[in-house]
Design a protein around this ligand. Sequence first.
Ligand code: HEM
Length: 206
Amino acid sequence: MPAFFGNLRNTVVAGLIITLLVFVIAWQLQALNGATLWPFLMRWLHVIAGVMWIGLLWYFNFVSTPTMPNIPAELKPALGRFITPAALFWFRWAAMATIVLGIGLASIYGYLLQAYTLDAVEGFSNSKTIIIGIGMWLGTIMWFNVWFVIWPNQQKALNIDNRYPDLAQPQKDAAAKTAGMFSRINTMLSIPMLFCMVGATHMIIG
Ligand code: HEM
C-alpha cells in the first residue's frame, strides 16, 4: 500500500479508474447519453485543470509567501531553486489547459462570442451569457497575468533554467515584487471569477 501510493502515477491512474467506475454507473442509470457526454467530459477536464491552477495560486498566496519570512536563511534557497519552479510548471500549463478547455466549452455551447461581448449585440438580455462572459474575462485576464507577467518575472527573480544568470539583485527583487503583486491580483480576481463560473449555471433562474 505505501509503495503503491508512493508513486504519483499509480495514484492518478487509480483516480481515473474510480472515475470510470462512476461513469459506468451513470451510464447504466441512463444519466447521460452521447450528446451530453463530450461537453460534460470537457467541463470535467476544465474544472480539473482549473483546480490545479487556482490550487497552486492559492498555495503561493496562502502558504508559500506568508511562510517565507519564517524560513531560516539556509533553507530558503530550496524553495526558489526546487519547489517554486516545479510549482510554476504545473501552474502555468494548468492555466493554459483551463483557458483552452473553457474556450472550447463556450464554443461547443455556441456562445463564445456572445459571452466575450457580454451579450451586447443582443442588448444585454441573456443573464447567463453575461455572467459567464464576466467570468471568462476575469479568467482570461488571470491567464494573461500568469503567462505574460508572473511567469517571465519569476524566471528573472529565480533565474529559472539559468536564463538570467547575470541579473543584478535589485532587478531580481523588482521582478519578484511584480510577480508577487500580480499573483495577489489573480487571487483577488479568482474569487469573483469562480462566482461567475459556478453562478452561470447554478445561480440564475430558468
Ligand atoms: C481562463 C478562462 C476560463 C474560461 C474561458 C472558462 C469558461 C467556462 C465556461 C464556458 C464554462 C461553462 C459555463 C456553462 O455554460 O455552464 C465554465 C464553467 C466552469 N468553470 Fe470555467 N473558465 C475559465 C476559467 C476557470 C477557472 C480558472 C476555474 C477554476 C476552477 C473554472 C471553473 C469552472 C467551474 C467550476 C465551472 C462550472 C462547472 C459547472 O457548474 O458545471 N473556470 N467555464
